[in-house]
Design a protein around this ligand. Structure first.
Ligand code: ADP
Length: 160
């Protein structure tokens, strides 16, 4: 049975990410959620905070692990013995980027397959940027993120 990684920035993890993880666990023996250190992006949360929020949000999940990496996704997949890379596809707007990444990763590592999963329609408009922006201006984000993320966002922005 196969092991896969689900790489991303997760700044922070949302219910959309969790929906993808649930679907991946139904298909694969083990899912390793892998937080990218991603020097090209300026993140609100540190790598430690992003890992911690994921671990807390995934407490009830069997066969799911959380780790982080700094470098090429395909190399990390190889290092942990994964056969595939899970990515989420919300809308056509995600397609071009995900398609490019998938083909580039295949060029780098032909034995590692990208698997694109679609979330429930209710998560198709959800992303971490919207959540961060909402929270910054005191908007209610509890419908979109796990409890721990709601709490951490309030701490970050000093809201009640
Ligand atoms: P990245 O910066 O690598 O795109 P993200 O944390 O934004 O990292 O997303 C990781 C993966 O999860 C991406 O494939 C993204 O398309 C997918 N994703 C993000 N939000 C959602 C969502 N609401 N529903 C489904 N997939 C999502």
């Amino acid at each position: 049975m196969a092991k896969v990684i689900y790489p991303g920035t997760f700044d922070p993890v949302t219910n959309g990410h969790l929906d993808i993880i649930k679907r991946a666990v139904e298909l694969f023996e083990e899912v390793i959620v892998t937080v990218a250190k991603n020097p090209s992006k300026t993140c609100l949360f540190t790598i430690e905070e992003r890992v911690e929020m994921l671990k807390e949000s995934l407490k009830g999940f069997n066969r799911v692990k959380v780790d982080w990496f700094d470098g090429l996704v395909v190399e990390h997949a190889r290092n942990v013995g994964a056969v595939g890379i899970i990515r989420g596809l919300r809308a056509v707007s995600d397609f071009e980027y995900e398609f490019q990444m998938a083909l580039m990763n295949r060029k780098l590592a032909d034995d590692i397959t990208t698997i694109l999963l679609m979330p429930h329609a209710r998560y198709t408009y959800l992303n971490s940027t919207i959540v961060r922006n909402l929270a910054q201006f005191n908007g209610k984000v509890s419908d979109f993120v796990p409890e721990i993320v709601d709490k951490k966002l309030k701490e970050k922005f000093g809201s009640k």
